[in-house]
Design a protein around this ligand. Structure first.
Ligand code: HEM
Length: 439
């Protein structure tokens, strides 16, 4: 890890001993970054919990680091905070080793598998949404986290909804996720990391017992698909690899989806004209099944989804570690430096988007295509070797959710539009109180 001296030539604000800039950044990650960019430019250093990181801002940096033609940037090194809970997942792998495993994982994301997940998801989504109260305020963020976890039990693991095993599994997943963002990285007893390590042990042991049966029978859930997944040469995973990859997959899918749906719902509550537009789009589909053809027609919903991901991306910062020295925008950066990319702030840049803080889904319409000013202008799913594998799945899931909800109800916010906490996991301050009116 380079010392402050090795990065002395990189500009940055003076740091408080020990905690550096951690408090400012956690309190207001975007505001702090915008202020530092205005002061120091698109390359500057900050200190987070004692570690110096170099922020590489803007679309050029996203392109250089994510496409990584010279194999300089390690995702494993960047996401090292996840090492104790998710050591063998794709995000914690690099280069050829990562590519070989990603090829196998892709089998679980092929179009026919996504169709099967959709079929499995549609009824469960309907059942879960019907259990939400009518005409009575509740916290959307908490409800959606619960819904996505329970839905995940069915779609990701093939477990019966709300069975005793699904409940224990869901608790363990929550413990793992909390551990992955906790500041205390050692599993001292009764800390979030300790609970996360126990959660991991429980999940790995539980899913190991299910592998033989899933391998023999297959199944239309992610776990079963990963048990039989093979790349084009017929290579698949051993038990340990399946378990590690599956464990990370659940984490990658869970909070991202909950955040994206919260942003969508907040936007529809705040902009009733868009809610009506989407409701009309859903009504135009008729009462038939929400199949690929129907979801394919939800073009307005897609615009709102894209705008939601621009305004509040679930992954606003992408970390990497340089494993070789490199030169960028006039600075020599030594190997071992932690770097951070900023798709979140970049997507609010007036260089790429008109009135960037305004909710304006039509900026993505064919007449405007503001996202196409640069291949990384709109990058909520990252890019390059680690680009999100769940992009199509989550688009399908979000459309299914919106259609199922708006077929029966309308959303009202019961408070002011939420402010968003950006770190460590983006979420609405106050939990996003809403009321659903049955139509
Ligand atoms: C709106 C929802 C989502 C967003 C915004 C999102 C965003 C991202 C981003 C930015 C990355 C790249 C991180 C990096 O380069 O360091 C990523 C990776 C990943 N995502 Fe997603 N994600 C979403 C949903 C999902 C879902 C639903 C799944 C699974 C069903 C999923 C599975 C993955 C996996 C497996 C990776 C790692 C890929 C690799 O390392 O090769 N994501 N996601």
């Amino acid at each position: 890890m380079p010392t402050q001296a090795a990065l002395a030539h990189v500009p940055g604000p003076p740091a408080t001993p020990l905690i550096g800039h951690t408090l400012q950044i956690v309190r207001d990650a975007y505001g702090t970054q915008q202020e530092y960019m205005a002061r120091y430019g698109s390359v500057y250093k900050v200190n987070m919990l004692g570690v110096w990181r170099v922020n590489l801002c803007g679309v050029d940096a996203l392109e250089k680091v994510l496409l990584d033609k010279d194999k300089i940037f390690s995702s494993q090194g960047g996401w090292d905070a996840l090492e104790r809970i998710y050591p063998g997942g794709l995000l914690l792998q690099d280069f050829d080793h990562h590519r070989a495993n990603r090829r196998i994982m892709q089998a679980a994301f092929r179009a026919s598998a996504i169709r099967d997940y959709r079929i499995r998801m549609a009824d469960t989504m309907h059942e879960l949404l019907e259990s939400w109260p009518d005409d009575k305020p509740f916290c959307f963020y908490h409800a959606i986290k619960d819904l996505t976890l329970r839905l995940g039990g069915a779609v990701f693991m093939g477990l019966p909804l709300d069975g005793p095993l699904a409940k224990k599994v869901n608790r363990a997943i929550e413990d793992e996720i909390k551990a992955s963002v906790t500041a205390v990285r050692f599993p001292f007893p009764f800390t979030p990391m300790w609970r996360g390590v126990r959660g991991r042990k429980f999940l790995i042991e539980t899913f190991r017992t299910l592998i033989p049966e899933r391998r023999a029978q297959g199944g239309d859930d992610f776990f079963s698909q990963m048990c039989v997944a093979k790349d084009e040469n017929g290579d698949g995973w051993n038990e340990d690899q399946i378990l590690e990859q599956f464990n990370l997959l659940i984490m990658a899918a869970h909070d991202t989806t909950a955040t994206a749906l919260s942003v969508m719902i907040a936007a529809l509550g705040e902009h009733p004209e868009w809610q009506e537009r989407l409701a009309q789009e859903v009504a135009d589909l008729g009462d038939g099944p929400l199949d690929e053809e129907a979801l394919g027609k939800m073009t307005q919903t897609n615009l709102v989804f894209r705008e939601a991901l621009r305004l509040v991306p679930p992954v606003p910062f992408i970390p990497r570690k340089a494993i070789k020295d490199f030169h960028w925008k006039g600075y020599d950066i030594p190997a071992g430096t932690s770097v951070s990319l900023n798709p979140g702030v970049t997507m609010l840049s007036p260089e790429h988007f008109t009135n960037p803080t305004e909710f304006d889904p039509e900026r993505f319409a064919p007449e405007r295509v503001e996202d196409q000013s640069h291949r990384f202008a709109w990058s909520p799913f990252g890019g390059g070797a680690h680009k999100c594998l769940g992009m199509h799945f989550s688009t399908m899931q979000i459309k299914l959710f919106v259609a199922t909800l708006l077929r029966a109800r309308r959303i009202e916010l019961t408070g002011p539009p939420p402010e968003w906490r950006r770190m460590p996991i983006p979420k609405p301050k106050g939990g996003l109180p809403v009321l659903l009116r049955r139509i």
